[in-house]
Design a protein around this ligand. Sequence first.
Ligand code: ADP
Ligand code: MG
Length: 234
Amino acid sequence: MDLLAAPVIETRELRKTYDIGSVQVHALNGVSVSIDRGAFTAVMGASGSGKSTFMNLIGCLDQPTAGSIFLEGQDVAKMTRDQLAEVRNKRIGFVFQGFNLLSRTSALDNVSLPMLYASVPKEEREERSREALTSVGLGSRLRHTPTELSGGQQQRVAIARALVNRPSLILADEPTGNLDSHSGKEIMELFRGLNEERGITIVIVTHEADIAAWARRVITFRDGEIVDDKAVAA
Ligand code: ADP
Ligand code: MG
């Protein structure tokens, strides 16, 4: 099979049910969607509509109750634990609403972390961290800890960390949710650049229409289903 021709993500009838005590929550109710290489997609929907559940499944952070997920043509269910860990670590970059940085650790060391798990040698780790931080405009903040940075700068550190293993896909769950509108716009400009200049496939969750407007495609969830899917004019 030609892996490059396959969609980066393809889901078929994806379902996720959470069992909480005697109650079942049907978070996803049969989601079938295909996302092409190089796409810039926004996932929208009200709180509780299943956006994060969808992202966690396509990011291999959680397993579906039913249905299938193909990443670059490969059936995730057929991958071994080691293959899944490798996909998460090397092919996907994650960005979260709350930044998820180590607060007492320098920007440089925060960004180095995924390479530590990927057994990259120390000198190369430092060089690549420096390069990633410079590429997000933080070349002069390498030794600062998150507490010494603004929210927008912290999210840029998180994006540098997501980039450092050169992923083909970035999954960002409400990355601008904790930021003021100016910093949010800067983060979206950064994502657009990564998409247009480096060809990285980006899927970003947001519930704000002006953030979703940066994407080229908007998929809307309601009650665990896709209720709208449309292209955005450039
Ligand atoms: P969104 O990101 O769109 O706000 P979520 O995917 O987080 O939505 O949640 C979808 C539904 O699943 C909600 O009803 C939520 O309460 C429920 N849910 C999410 N995560 C869990 C969990 N770990 N355990 C039980 N229910 C959950
Ligand atoms: Mg969510």
